[in-house]
Design a protein around this ligand. Structure first.
Ligand code: HEM
Length: 396
C-alpha cells in the first residue's frame, strides 16, 4: 500500500502543484525517478546526520562547483548517494520548470493545454513572478527550489499518513465498516460526492483528525531562537538545584527540538485515553483542557502541521491577482494542511467504497524518522506496508 499511496500523493501534488502528470497510476508502470529520489532523500540524509552541524561552515568554502568536486573526490558512498538523489530531484524539477516556462511564454492558450489548465500552484507563481518588480522577482534557482520543496513536503507526509489510516482500519474492521457506510450513503446510486459534502462527513473527518493527532508523520522538528526570549511552561518544573521554575530562558541561537507527539498525546490535555485511537472524541466538543491550552498549531489544536510563520502553508493574496502574489498575505490562503486533508478524504472515499482492507500475516512496525514509515518487522530493510486488499461487491 505504501508504494501505491506514494504514487498517488506524487500524482496529486504533480497535477495540482506543478501542472504535471508523473504517473498514470496503472499497474506495472515504472515509478518516475523523481518519486524514487524523493523517497530516498530523507533516509540518505539521515545516514549523514552526524555531520549535519558542519554544513553552515562547509557552504562558505569555495564555489558550488568546487564543493561538488570535493564531494566527488570524497571516498564516502553515503555522500555520493545523497548527491545522486539531490541531483535527480533538481534535474527533474528543472525539466518540468523549463517546460512550464516555455508554455507560459507561448501564452494562455498553451497553458490551457497542460495538466490542470494553468491553475496549478507553480503556474500561478510563475505568472506572478513574471509580473513582479525586478527587486521582488525570484530567480530561476529559487523557483526550482520552491518546486522541489513543495513536492517533497507534500509527498512523503501525505502518503505515510494515508498508509497509516489504512493500516489502522485493517486492524479495526468496525471503524472501517462504519466509515464505508458513511461514504456509501453519501455517494449512493453511484453519484460523485460533492466537495462540500465530502469535507463535512463527520466520521471521515474524525478518522483523519484522530490519526493526524496520534500518528503525526513528523514527530519532532527543530527551530532556532531568533532572539533572546523566555519560554513560559504550562506547569512548573524542578531545576537541578531544586528550585521550581515556571519559565525557561532561551538565548538567541538556541536550537529547540519541538516534540509534536508530546503535545498531541498529552494526557493532561486529552485525557487518560490520549494514547488510544478514538475517532469518536472528535464527534463531540473537545475537553476544555484542550481548547483552553492555546496550542499554537495551525490546525485543530494539534501540532501536526506545526505553527507560526513556517507552518505547513502556502499563502497568496488572491487566486486571480497574480501581480501581488505574496507568501504571507491574509486575504487568500492555500495551505499544505488543507490540501493534505482534502487529498486524504478523496483517496479514502474512493478506496473504501470499492475495496476492503485486512491485515496480512506480516508484522508491521512504524519507525520514527524525519517522517514515520512502516517496515515488515523491526529489521525490515525498506519502507513497505503489505495489506490484504479485496474488491467489494459493488451491488451492496
Ligand atoms: C499529512 C500531511 C502533511 C503533514 C503532516 C505536514 C507537516 C508539515 C510540517 C510539520 C512542516 C514544518 C516542517 C519544518 O519546518 O521542519 C511542514 C512544512 C511545509 N509543508 Fe507540510 N505537511 C503535510 C502535507 C503538505 C502538503 C500536501 C503540502 C503542499 C501542498 C505541504 C507543504 C509544506 C511546505 C511548503 C512546507 C514548508 C513551509 C515553510 O518552511 O515555510 N505539506 N509541513
Amino acid at each position: 500500500m505504501l508504494n501505491w499511496m506514494g504514487r498517488t500523493a506524487l500524482e496529486l501534488i504533480g497535477q495540482a502543484g506543478l501542472g504535471h502528470s508523473f504517473d498514470p497510476l496503472k499497474e506495472d508502470v515504472t515509478p518516475d525517478v523523481y518519486a524514487e529520489a524523493i523517497k530516498a532523500y530523507v533516509p540518505a540524509l539521515y545516514e549523514l546526520s552526524v555531520f549535519r552541524w558542519t554544513l553552515p561552515y562547509l557552504v562558505r568554502i569555495g564555489t558550488p562547483a568546487f564543493r561538488r568536486k570535493v564531494i566527488q573526490w570524497f571516498p564516502d558512498k553515503r555522500l555520493h548517494k545523497l548527491q545522486d538523489v539531490v541531483d535527480t530531484m533538481h534535474r527533474r524539477a528543472t525539466e518540468i520548470y523549463l517546460e512550464k516556462k516555455s508554455r507560459l511564454e507561448k501564452g494562455d492558450v498553451a497553458l490551457l493545454h497542460q495538466v490542470g489548465e494553468g491553475r496549478d500552484i507553480m503556474s500561478i507563481l510563475l505568472k506572478a513572478n513574471m509580473h513582479a518588480s525586478v527587486e521582488d522577482r525570484l530567480s530561476e534557482e529559487e523557483l526550482i527550489g520552491q518546486m522541489v520543496t513543495m513536492t517533497f513536503a507534500a509527498m512523503d507526509t501525505t502518503s505515510n499518513m494515508l498508509s497509516q489510516i489504512l493500516h489502522i482500519l485493517a486492524q479495526r474492521p468496525d471503524a472501517q465498516e462504519r466509515l464505508r457506510a458513511e461514504i456509501r450513503e453519501a455517494g449512493h446510486d453511484g453519484r460523485d460526492i460533492m466537495y462540500d459534502e465530502l469535507v463535512s462527513l463527520p466520521y471521515l473527518d474524525a478518522v483523519c483528525r484522530e490519526t493526524l493527532r496520534l500518528h503525526p508523520p513528523a514527530t519532532f522538528i527543530f527551530r532556532e531562537a531568533q532572539r533572546d526570549m523566555v519560554l513560559p511552561l504550562s506547569q512548573p518544573i524542578q531545576g537541578v538545584d531544586g528550585t521550581l521554575m515556571s519559565n525557561v530562558p532561551v538565548p538567541k541561537g538556541t536550537v529547540v527540538q519541538v516534540g509534536i507527539m508530546g503535545s498531541n498525546m498529552n494526557k493532561k490535555l486529552w485525557g487518560e485515553d490520549a494514547y488510544e485511537w478514538k475517532p469518536e472524541r472528535w464527534l463531540s466538543p473537545l475537553p476544555e483542557t484542550v481548547t483552553e491550552a492555546h496550542i499554537p498549531g495551525v490546525y485543530s489544536n494539534l501540532m501536526t502541521f506545526i505553527g507560526g510563520g513556517r507552518a505547513c502553508m502556502y499563502v497568496a493574496s488572491s487566486p486571480s491577482d497574480f501581480d501581488r502574489w505574496s507568501l504571507y498575505s491574509d486575504t487568500f490562503a492555500l495551505s499544505g494542511f488543507k490540501f493534505a486533508q482534502l487529498e486524504m478524504k478523496v483517496v479514502l472515499a474512493l478506496l473504501l467504497s470499492n475495496f476492503k482492507f485486512e491485515l496480512s500475516d506480516k508484522p508491521i512496525v512504524w519507525n520514527i524518522s524525519g517522517i514515520r514509515f512502516p517496515t515488515v518487522g523491526v529489521d525490515g530493510q525498506r519502507p513497505e506496508l503489505p495489506l490484504k486488499v479485496s474488491l467489494l461487491d459493488q451491488s451492496i
